[in-house]
Design a protein around this ligand. Structure first.
Ligand SMILES: [Zn+2]
Ligand SMILES: [Zn+2]
Length: 278
C-alpha cells in the first residue's frame, strides 16, 4: 500500500478556480497518475485559506485575498463526483483552536492535515509576508517554528502534521542555524509522540530549494522512536507531481524500519503494510 493524502487539485494561483479544477475530469487525471505510481489511497487536501469560511478563523491579508470559494461545495464535489478521500490542509493558528475545531467539524472529512506556515503574521515559505525579513535571527525563527508545530500537535485538532520541518524550505541563503538541529526538533517530536498524531513524510521538499524530504531523517527517527505513525504524501499541486520521488521516499522509510503507513477514513486511522501496488 502506498498513499498520497496531501494533494491539491489546483495550483496556488488565484486564477485556479473551482470551475476549472474541481471537476471529475481533473480528479480522474490525478487518479490516473496515482495508479501509474502504484498509489492506491489518494486523497485531496485543499488549503483552508482558499475558502471564505476560513476568515472566521483568521483575518490575515493573504487569507482575505484568497478566501473566495465555498468549503461545503468543495466537500460535496469530492464526495459526490470523485472516488478520492476527503481532506483539508488547515493552518494551525495559536489561540484560534476553537474556531479551527468548529470549521473541521463542519465538514465530514476523512482526515485533517495540520500545517504551520505562519509565525505570527509572517510566513516561513511565502516571500510576500516573509518572516525572514522580520529582523529575527535564524535561531529565533527555528525555535518559534518548532514550538508552534509542538502546539499544533498538542492541540489534538489534526490527524496528520504536514511537512514537519517546512522552515528549512529555502536552504542556506535563509540561514539554517549552525550545528545539531535536534535542539530545535525536540519539543515538536515530544509533542507529536504524546499526541499520537501521524507525521507526514513529504517529498515536496525535494522540489524546493532545500532539495530534501520533509522532515529531516533525524526528526523522523525521533518520531519513530516514539512509534509515531507515518503518512506519506507528495503535496502535489498538479497531476504529474502525484507520488513525486516516491522511490526515494520508500527507500528512506524502509531504511528506517518503517513497515506500515497510516490510512484514514472518516477520521479513523488504520495502519497498512508499506509497499506499491504492482
Ligand atoms: Zn503546506
Ligand atoms: Zn499543501
Amino acid at each position: 500500500m502506498l498513499t498520497d493524502y496531501h494533494v491539491h487539485l489546483r495550483p496556488d494561483e488565484l486564477g485556479a478556480t473551482p470551475e476549472l479544477y474541481f471537476t471529475s475530469a481533473n480528479a480522474e487525471r490525478y487518479r490516473e497518475a496515482a495508479s501509474e505510481a502504484g498509489i492506491r489511497e489518494l486523497g485531496v487536501s485543499e488549503h483552508v485559506h482558499r475558502f471564505s469560511q476560513a476568515l472566521a478563523i483568521w483575518d490575515h491579508p493573504l487569507w482575505r485575498e484568497y478566501a473566495q470559494d465555498d468549503l461545503f461545495a468543495y466537500c460535496a464535489f469530492v464526495r459526490e463526483q470523485t472516488d478520492l478521500r476527503l481532506g483539508l490542509e488547515v493552518d494551525f493558528i495559536p489561540g484560534r483552536e476553537d474556531r479551527i475545531a468548529n470549521l473541521i467539524d463542519s465538514c465530514e472529512l476523512d482526515y485533517a492535515i495540520g500545517s504551520v506556515h505562519f509565525l505570527g503574521d509572517r510566513a516561513v515559505d511565502d516571500t510576500e509576508y516573509d518572516v525572514w525579513q522580520s529582523g529575527r535571527s535564524a535561531e529565533q525563527i527555528w525555535r518559534r517554528y518548532f514550538e508552534t508545530l509542538a502546539e499544533a500537535a498538542q492541540s489534538g485538532l489534526f490527524d496528520i502534521l504536514a511537512h514537519p520541518d517546512l522552515v528549512k524550505i529555502w536552504g542556506d541563503p535563509r540561514r539554517r542555524p549552525e550545528g545539531d538541529l535536534r535542539r530545535y526538533y525536540e519539543p515538536a517530536i515530544e509533542a507529536i509522540i504524546d499526541a499520537g498524531v501521524a507525521v507526514e513524510v513529504s517529498t515536496a521538499g525535494l522540489r524546493k530549494p532545500i532539495a530534501e524530504v520533509y522532515p529531516s531523517t533525524s526528526f523522523l527517527q525521533g518520531c519513530l522512536e516514539g512509534s509515531s505513525p507515518v503518512a506519506l504524501s507528495s503535496d502535489a499541486h498538479r497531476p504529474d507531481q502525484v507520488g513525486f520521488a516516491y522511490d526515494q521516499a520508500q527507500e528512506l522509510l524502509e531504511s528506517l524500519g518503517v513497515s506500515e503507513l497510516a490510512t484514514f477514513a472518516e477520521r479513523r486511522r488504520t495502519l497498512e503494510p508499506l509497499g506499491g501496488d504492482a
